[in-house]
Design a protein around this ligand. Structure first.
Ligand SMILES: Cc1cc2nc3c(=O)[nH]c(=O)nc-3n(C[C@H](O)[C@H](O)[C@H](O)COP(=O)(O)O)c2cc1C
Length: 330
């Protein structure tokens, strides 16, 4: 039985592939798609504890879970222990498989206020918050963070031990500092060091820059992590999970899926997103995925603009028909 399965009481394979939490991306429709295409475990986008406690509709909607997604984690963030504990109880009531605490978000509106990666500047508060949340709920609590605030403060070793000691059941580590935001490349050495620490017995999930089956295999082989978490590479390409899984199991690279297949997948995803939101918002929401698709097609500029400027399903479906026609052999 894998360490993650043991620690969290959720059924996961030996080398689990995990969908990273992403604001405005990992909503139930997209999560469902990633699950269909091979993701083993899914994280919601982060949800503001303060907004939950104030019952803001938009945040309450983020707690929705479909049974077919399981196992699924709801992630919360905030800077005040009281509201985080109350929010954790509200999250527990909707029965996710785990609750995750965001200690890694680098964006100003979150980190400058002391939440997310801001907690990397106040470790006693981070640890106390984790401890109180663990005590307040009866489902596993995990955390996701970065390797430190900046290069002079790579403190992940210490954080991992302290979070483990207060009952955090798994730790996901993005191999960047807060100062790096998303620049440079992820540094997996500190993640490997945490995993190799004999004091650490909770599962360690590695995260940062995985975008191919070979990188995924390296992450397991070289760094010894218990799971890998993939974020940006899934946008517009949920079937990356299937490609990685196939490679891990067989050593073979699956051929890239054709333009027609990609259109089939994205149409389904858009239909579900439109059902989830409404047509205008569903289309706008899907643009991030569309923008990441069909990279490298020759002379694609005009159709790309047409696709991204479509404001309703009919226009978008027309654009897809033209793409399919023009690139039927791709
Ligand atoms: C659009 C976007 C939204 C994100 N939102 C969250 C979030 O809500 N919670 C979180 O812990 N991390 C969030 N992240 C960070 C990702 O979970 C992940 O740590 C980061 O993208 C690095 O992994 P990757 O290189 O596989 O993308 C977000 C990243 C992106 C690109």
């Amino acid at each position: 039985m894998s360490l993650l399965t043991n620690s969290l009481n959720i059924n996961l394979p030996e080398q689990p592939l995990i969908l990273a939490p992403m604001e405005d991306v990992t909503n139930p429709p997209f999560r469902t798609f990633c699950k269909r295409y091979g993701a083993d475990w899914l994280y919601s986008e982060f949800v503001s504890a303060d907004a939950l406690v104030r019952s803001v509709d938009k945040s309450l909607k983020k707690l929705a879970i479909r049974d077919e997604e399981r196992p699924v984690t709801i992630q919360i963030y905030g800077r005040f222990i009281d509201s985080m504990v109350e929010a954790a109880r509200m999250v527990e009531a909707v029965k996710p498989d785990c609750i995750d605490i965001n200690f890694g978000c680098p964006v100003k509106r979150v980190a400058q206020k002391g939440a997310g990666a801001g907690m990397l500047k106040n470790i006693p508060l981070m640890v106390e918050m984790a401890s109180q949340i663990v005590k307040a709920v009866n489902i596993p609590v995990t955390a996701k963070t970065r390797i430190g605030w900046d290069m002079e403060n790579i403190i992940i070793d210490d954080i991992a031990e302290r979070l483990q000691d207060v009952g955090i059941r798994a730790l996901a580590i993005h191999g960047r500092t807060r100062s790096q935001m998303y620049t440079g490349s992820a540094n997996w050495e500190p993640i490997a060091k945490v995993k190799a620490n004999p004091r650490i017995h909770i599962p360690i999930i590695g995260n940062g820059d995985i975008s191919s089956p070979q990188q995924a295999k390296d992450a397991f082989d070289k760094y010894g992590v218990d799971g890998i978490m993939i974020g940006r590479a899934t946008i517009g390409k949920p079937c990356i999970f299937k490609q990685i899984k196939h490679y891990l199991n067989s050593g073979e690279i699956l051929p890239e899926i054709s333009v027609s297949e990609q259109i089939g997948i994205i149409k389904e995803q858009i239909k579900m997103t439109v059902e989830w939101l409404d047509e205008p918002r569903g289309i706008i929401h899907s643009r991030r995925h569309l923008a990441a698709m069909f990279k490298g097609l020759p002379n694609f500029r005009e159709l790309r603009i047409k696709m991204l400027q479509s404001s309703n399903i009919n226009e978008l479906w027309d654009a897809f028909a033209e793409i399919e026609h023009k690139y039927c052999s791709y």
